[in-house]
Design a binder for this molecule. Structure first.
Ligand SMILES: NC(=O)C1=CN([C@@H]2O[C@H](COP(=O)(O)OP(=O)(O)OC[C@H]3O[C@@H](n4cnc5c(N)ncnc54)[C@H](O)[C@@H]3O)[C@@H](O)[C@H]2O)C=CC1
Ligand SMILES: CC(=O)C(=O)O
Ligand SMILES: [Mg+2]
Length: 620
């Protein structure tokens, strides 16, 4: 490449990525060549993903429906069929302008830079080309890579999925597939799927309704399943169920590839979700199914619908709850306190949604476990939503929120966060509102005045939605806060001292939890399994890290963390009579080390195996 300008190198690399696709021909002959569709026939002896991965035959999103049916492509592409003209325009946008669709005014806030986007594209290209190498790099440099494939950069990837789209990944189900979903699962080439992450795109991180674009979060989560917990990349399946979107500007974008209609509601919505769950669990009965980023309206009802008889969990409700409890125990340890001290804490929870109420409910169970009575435990929580403090004056509370509505005389309906913090003097402040900068300097100062070491958990994602940054929390509290954030934040220098922080993200829990439940063949994911996952984390924090104020174990050890979580989940399954794997039982009976070794041995390791060609007709 010597002698070529950087822009020319980029152009050539982009051209090579679409080499063979018809859009390449159109670009090369711009102005003279009019791609003429459907007047010639090509014989193709491939089907499904093999067609999509063959640059001679691949048309990306341009396959018409009839062809999708003929070639077994249904479910392997977003529902909307784009013209080649649209594809070319999308591609030229990057070719000519190198666009990454970052709003320059927002770059600093969002914490995502042009460099992050470039890195995301480089990693994406590698994942499409060589998964062993992709996961090898991810695992080797987990702390560096996770913010690119996961939050915060994955938020940007979802916002722009329709513009960044190059190659499909995972399965796309839609309301147009009613009655066909079970058959469609057979278009997926793998008979073995161990983990599925599904979203309907209705609440992607704190970024709201992103429709079909939400598939990006299923992909990011499963990248972590593989890197963090050793699921095999061939046996994970990202899914989106496209039931429309209420994001009107997104629908109006000609490049948007999802269904152009408002979201389905009511029975029609649940019928489609039922069909989806039945289809994927029917085809892959050993898979664990994770619900991701469903809006408040559907998150709890869906979990309740399936959790007692399917191997499912909701990451935002349950994974986040286990993560937050572990964070509180970790913070108490930093304060030099033992776990029972949790029973003395006062919690202000900002955000009464899926995540906020999941956290509130599980924390209250921790208090009960450490000696509080149910009513007493509940009285140690003050929960706020967009309308302020929630009290029993409200008449529209769901069964999940109702037990935590304040009934005491001191509390008044709709009190602001600042008023509540000043009055209650909480020891722990948790943000799961999806609203950035909600913890103002005044709120943080009040926390610092009330507590020697206030525990501040700004757990919303991505970075623009953090309730406060690490720097602002330390500035307002004179560097005394024990701070955690949903998306990564750096250390802060104050008065010549380096103050560390931790990332309170459910990635500490969901990979190991899913692995444990899958290996145990437990059939369901129980509350006790979540408790076990949560309690596993604080024990893994090295003493030196604790002294630095860290409340979670180092992310660089993510495989060891997931292994411990998985082993403890398996043990809990055993104690609950839900351990249905004979191998897991055998190892468990041999002791903890044997169980840990066995879990490790079941984890995929990214490496180059010797490949053997097996001619068709010869059995494995
Ligand atoms: N760190 C982590 O591991 C996780 C973080 N999250 C983040 O938590 C946030 C919320 O997620 P969900 O609970 O699923 O959303 P949700 O939509 O179910 O709930 C949001 C809640 O915040 C409340 N809210 C909105 N504006 C508010 C305001 N100004 N003041 C107080 N409350 C306000 C709403 O009334 C609602 O109760 C998102 O940003 C998400 O990315 C979610 C799951 C895991
Ligand atoms: C981390 C996560 O699951 C969320 O922000 O929704
Ligand atoms: Mg989520």
């Amino acid at each position: 490449m010597r002698g070529l300008a950087a822009s020319e190198v980029l152009r050539r690399s982009l051209l090579s990525q679409v080499w063979g696709a018809e859009s390449w021909v159109a670009v090369r002959c711009a102005g003279t060549y009019k791609p003429c569709e459907n007047d010639t026939v090509s014989i193709v002896r491939k089907r499904g993903l093999d067609v999509l991965h063959d640059p001679i035959y691949n048309k990306g999103t341009a396959f018409p429906y009839s062809e999708r049916e003929r070639l077994g492509l249904r479910g392997l592409l977003p529902v909307k069929s784009l013209s080649m003209r649209m594809q070319v325009e999308r591609w030229l946008d990057e070719f000519k302008y190198g666009r990454d669709y970052i709003d320059p005014a927002n770059v600093k806030d969002e914490g995502i830079t042009h460099e992050d986007c470039r890195r995301w594209k480089v990693l994406q290209e590698l994942q499409d080309r060589n998964e062993q190498m992709f996961y090898h790099i991810l695992l080797d440099s987990f702390e560096e890579m996770a913010p690119i494939i996961y939050t915060p950069t994955v938020g940007w990837a979802c916002l722009n999925y329709h513009k960044l789209f190059r190659r499909p990944r995972g399965m796309y189900f839609s309301k147009l597939d009613r009655g066909e979903m079970a058959a469609m699962t057979y278009n997926w080439p793998s008979h073995e799927v161990d983990a599925i992450v599904v979203t309907d795109g209705s609440r992607i991180l704190g970024l709201g309704d992103q429709g079909l674009n939400g598939l990006g979060i299923s992909i990011g989560k499963l990248d972590l399943y593989v890197a963090a917990a050793g699921f095999h990349p061939r046996k994970v399946l990202p899914c989106v169920v496209d039931v429309g979107t209420d994001n009107v500007p997104l629908r109006a974008d000609p490049l948007y590839m999802g269904i152009d209609s408002p979201r389905l509601k009511g029975d029609e919505y649940y019928d489609i979700m039922d069909e989806f769950v039945k289809a994927v669990m029917g085809r892959w009965p050993n898979a664990v199914l994770q619900f991701e980023d469903f809006s408040l309206q559907h998150a709890h009802p869906l979990l309740g619908r399936y959790r007692n008889h399917h191997l499912v969990f909701n990451d935002d409700i349950q994974g986040t709850a286990a993560t937050a409890c572990a964070g509180v125990y970790g913070a108490l340890a930093v304060q030099g306190k033992l776990p029972p001290a949790i029973a003395e804490q006062r919690f202000v929870i900002v955000g009464a949604g899926s995540a906020g109420m999941g956290v509130t409910t599980m924390l209250s169970l921790c208090l009960i476990k450490h000696g509080q009575r149910e009513q007493e435990a509940r009285s140690q929580f003050w929960v706020l939503d967009a309308k302020g403090l929630i009290t029993s004056e409200r008449t529209d509370l769901t069964a999940v929120v109702q037990p935590f509505a304040r009934q005491d005389e001191e509390s008044s309906e709709g009190e602001t966060l600042l008023e509540v913090v000043k009055r209650v003097k909480p020891t722990v402040l948790v943000g799961l509102s999806g609203v950035g900068k909600l913890f103002t300097q005044e709120v943080l100062k009040a926390m610092g005045e009330a507590q020697e070491q206030p525990i501040i958990m700004a757990m919303s994602n991505p970075i623009s939605r953090l309730e406060c940054t690490h720097a602002s929390a330390q500035a307002a509290t004179g560097g005394r806060a024990i701070y955690m954030a949903g998306s990564p934040q750096g250390a802060v220098e104050q008065n010549g001292k380096t103050i560390c922080c931790s990332q309170a993200n459910n990635m500490y829990i969901f990979p190991g939890l899913a692995l444990g439940a899958h290996l145990a063949k437990s059939g369901v994911v129980s509350d006790l399994m979540l408790t076990a996952a949560s309690e596993a984390l604080p024990k893994l924090i090295p003493e030196a890290d604790r002294k630095l104020g860290k409340v979670y174990p180092p992310l660089a050890n993510i495989r060891a963390i997931s292994r411990r979580v998985a082993a403890d989940v398996i043990k809990t399954a055993h104690s609950e009579g839900k351990l249905h794997s004979k191998s897991a039982l055998r190892e468990l009976l041999r002791g903890d080390d044997a169980l840990l070794d066995w879990v490790e041995s079941m984890m995929y390791k990214p490496q180059y195996d010797s490949l053997i060609h097996l001619p068709v007709g010869i059995m494995e």
